[in-house]
Design a protein around this ligand. Structure first.
Ligand code: ZN
Length: 417
């Protein structure tokens, strides 16, 4: 291990070689290069804001600092994205915010020719923190909702339950990088999956266009009424197939799927309460068909967003949403409860600002997009402005006074290889 600046006067020998040896989650250690004297110093507790940055903004930030990209060479990118990166990186280094990455970032980046650059940017800002998979978060929410339906009072789901990595620990200077999978295979599989989703969206969109006599609530109810029965049907079909065929690739996929794991969890809750297998399944069926289930947070959010698209189709909108829309809806419905702020695609953002979503979901105050990009910079700047002077002084002591400088030259040496 090496001692880094900032150097101060050594309490033992008095030389000016007393630098920082390491930064831990709750303290940091100095060592003198002259006499080797070493001591640890406590660091105060942190309370970082969780800020989610969507793929589009991430990609534009990457382009605005990566000289290899066409957009950079042409110089026609909105300068907002460079300012955004600078502010996010600065706040992150000041230990005031953290921008967890997600499987959605990975999925949306992996087929890009700039995959490594995109990953470099989201890892710079996430610093080893990632959201759990959306399906895991949905399962947590259903599990809690189920316990409430049974009359229990479960612990609320917190940021720490759905984000892994150290949210409120002091960071060392290094960026942790974990490759989440095999890039080529994932790129191929993802494109197939995305194309299927989008084809499905296009055909539903065509139907919505013809539904001139329906209103928002009709589509909203249709969307959220469909989920419970779909989960039930998937489980029954998967389970029957497994009973008939035993283990094969398809039944194994089912056994590890969201639906199968969810059923196992809900069943174990009931078994503990004295139910037998058959009664437990009947009770789960009753729950999935109940109005209470339909109040599960992710389900409400995603159903309202799809209903908003349906409404726009019936009102005469010509073109279906872009292929990224399903991904955007998944991001908002799974992660928004656990974020202090989110920078989103402008279409979803504008839906969140329309009624009844604005009132029912209450997400309009903490979500931003290019529609109100200046407000997002102001919001971020206010985090810095509200930060106590002592905190900034401590940052200088631990990391040095040039530490807050944004790392805009990250691509000047590392290029795609
Ligand atoms: Zn010394």
């Amino acid at each position: 291990m090496f001692v880094s600046p900032p150097y101060i006067k050594c309490p033992k020998c008095g030389g000016n070689e007393y630098g920082v040896l390491m930064i831990n989650s709750k303290d940091y250690r100095r060592r003198c290069n002259g006499c080797m004297y070493s001591e640890s110093y406590k660091l105060p507790a942190l309370s970082k804001k969780i800020v989610y940055i969507d793929q589009n903004a991430l990609s534009n930030m990457m382009k605005s600092i990566n000289p290899e990209t066409e957009a950079y060479k042409k110089g026609n990118l909105d300068p907002f994205f460079k300012s955004l990166f600078e502010l996010l990186d600065r706040l992150n280094k000041y230990q005031l915010i953290i921008c967890p990455d997600s499987i959605n970032h990975y999925n949306e980046s992996v087929s890009s020719q700039f995959y490594k650059s995109l990953r470099r940017v989201y890892e710079q800002l996430s610093h080893g923190t990632s959201f759990e998979f959306p399906e895991t978060i949905k399962r947590f929410q259903i599990h809690n909702n189920f316990l409430e339906w049974l009359g229990e009072n479960p612990q609320p789901i917190t940021k720490d339950n759905v984000i892994h990595g150290s949210l409120n620990e002091w960071q060392d200077r290094l960026i942790v990088s974990v490759d989440m999978g095999s890039q080529t295979e994932d790129a191929v599989g993802n494109n197939d999956y995305k194309n299927r989703l989008h084809e499905n969206m296009i055909s539903v969109f065509e139907r919505w266009k013809t539904e001139k006599n329906r209103n928002f609530n009709d589509w909203y109810e249709e969307e959220r009424n469909a989920i419970g029965p779909a989960i039930l049907r998937t489980y029954v079909e998967g389970f029957l197939k497994y009973s008939q065929e035993g283990y094969n690739e398809s039944t194994l996929n089912f056994m590890t799927s969201f639906v199968s794991v969810l059923f196992t969890e809900l069943k174990s809750v009931l078994i503990k309460r004295g139910y037998n297998d058959d009664d437990a399944l009947l009770k789960i069926r009753e729950y999935l068909n109940s109005d209470y289930f339909k109040e599960t947070s992710y389900l409400k959010i995603s159903s309202m967003l799809y209903a908003s698209i349906a409404k726009s189709a019936a009102n005469g909108r010509k073109n279906p949403p872009s292929p990224g829309m399903d991904n955007d809806i998944e991001v908002i419905s799974s992660y928004s409860n656990y974020c202090d702020a989110m920078f989103l695609d402008k279409e979803c953002h504008s839906y969140l600002n329309q009624q009844p979503l604005k009132k029912e979901l209450g997400l309009s105050d903490k979500t931003f997009s290019v529609n109100n990009k200046e407000d997002f910079l102001k919001y971020l700047q206010s985090i810095l402005d509200d930060c106590p002077k002592e905190h900034l002084k401590l940052i200088d002591e631990v990391y040095g006074n040039d530490w807050g400088e944004p790392f805009i030259e990250m691509f000047e040496k590392i290029n795609e290889d």
